[in-house]
Design a protein around this ligand. Sequence first.
Ligand SMILES: Nc1nc2c(ncn2[C@@H]2O[C@H](COP(=O)(O)OP(=O)(O)OP(=O)(O)O)[C@@H](O)[C@H]2O)c(=O)[nH]1
Ligand SMILES: [Mg+2]
Length: 471
Amino acid sequence: MEHSFFEDTIAAPATVPGTGAVTMLRVSGPEALQIVSEVVKCKSRSIEDTVANSIRYGIVYDEAGSPVDEVLVSVFKAPHSYTGEDSAEITCHASSYVASEILRLLCDAGARMASPGEFTRRAFVNGKMDLAQAEAVADVISSSSSASLRVAMNQLRGGFSSELKEIRSRLLEITSLLELELDFSEEDVEFADRSKMASLLDEVIRHIVGLASSFRYGNAIRNGIPVAIVGAVNAGKSTLLNALLGDDRAIVSDIPGTTRDTVEETLTIDGILFRFIDTAGLRDSSDTVEKIGISRSYRKLSEASVVLALLDSTASEEENGTLISDIVGRMDFSVQKLVVLFNKVDILVPNINVTLLNKDVSLADNNYIKLFFSAKTGFGVDLLKKALVSTQKDLSLDSDQTIVTNIRHYEALRNATSALQKVRTSLSSGITPDLLAEDLRDALHHLGTITGEVTPDEVLGEIFGRFCIGK
Ligand SMILES: Nc1nc2c(ncn2[C@@H]2O[C@H](COP(=O)(O)OP(=O)(O)OP(=O)(O)O)[C@@H](O)[C@H]2O)c(=O)[nH]1
Ligand SMILES: [Mg+2]
């Protein structure tokens, strides 16, 4: 077949068996329609003779001639299908027995079971999408917030890829300037305007560095914006986690040092996915295990995008002051935000109206938000949620901005940057064009691994192997 590189036909369920009303089985390959025609019998024309992009009703019979199920078949013809091959999607009743019977009949008729991600891999190999887009398919499937969906959709629709294409063509422009020079190297002339090249290069480097630096945010929206809950022992950190989740997730007790390991849980607030990390209380401890826990608390503190510092309002000002300076001293305010919660106000002032107490709280763009709070009664939880959303306000992206969410892409961008920086240094030190061209090619290579132009087979296998079967 003209459009495909594959000779065999694959089949697999594309829906989770056992749940829902129907199951969809996908068949793709040069013999897909022939095979489905054998298995699904229609009243008039066969599936094979059906026009593309239409849906047929048919009945599946087993070898003995008894009906297995009544199904609907969507017919696609190469190259206008997900994989770029002839394909069919059979919708049957969601009985795992029915599905496995139909799959068995399909395999008897010449198909074979698909391995994980094989349909998408075919779509990639057949040029229906590049590698970054194929990876976005998995991201769309696993997206759990509007932000992560938006980023994945942008990548799926080729936003990232077209940006890379632009970068690539600029680098090719520079490379061709250099190559022109190489062709005439005998004559010892310098064609390429070095300062023009340098400024072109600076622009490209800035662009790539910008993309790479979006990864911190991209990673956050994919896995949840990390919010570390830190504070002294017994301050109420685990109570706070439970209050936010509305669930008894972490153990709460009045014994200091209850939480030893970190406890993580995600929650979507206003379409933003947050990952809350309850940590071991900070104190001087001689207990080996607790000490390990506390060092983890500090690590989570420095890795978090938002630090929720929980103070016990009944503790002394001095104690709280020491704690806060310890926490603040470990933060980087250029990338981290701090929310200070004065917890247990219910003890401090019984019958207090916390809403009134917090009425002057400004959620404006400062790095520091202060709230009176009670994790136990839930006073202030709504305001805290608003505050958390407000900490992410300046990060809200316009919908077509490219955000890098994939560590593989991030590493490729980093590698491309360092190759280009080498070119940049060489440029000013007057190194010969052949060496410059080599580093440029290196940078182009790294960029090419993102979209899959030069991605080795093992890497492809690893990427598609993480997909589910039927995708
Ligand atoms: N009155 C009152 N008690 C609270 C509040 N928050 C937590 N507590 C109590 O304080 C004690 C400690 O709570 P935890 O949530 O376990 O405290 P923690 O900060 O996780 O403590 P460690 O895990 O030991 O570091 C428990 O008895 C809670 O019921 C609050 O807002 N008001
Ligand atoms: Mg705890």
